[in-house]
Design a protein. Structure first.
Length: 53
């Protein structure tokens, strides 16, 4: 386990492409379009310390 600074409050940004399941196609029984490839995704994750041990 790593110990983080007590005042850490930052945001990590990531972008890229992903292969995802298309839930609407699955619900409709459309197996041809059930997998969506090369979908552009952007992820922002906030990382902050809320307490320490």
């Amino acid at each position: 386990m790593s110990k983080l600074p007590g005042d850490l409050d930052t945001t990590a940004h990531s972008t890229g492409t992903a292969t995802l399941m298309n839930s609407k196609a699955l619900e409709a029984g459309d197996v041809t379009n059930a997998v969506a490839k090369y979908v552009h995704v952007t992820i922002d994750r906030r990382i902050h310390v809320t307490g320490n041990c």
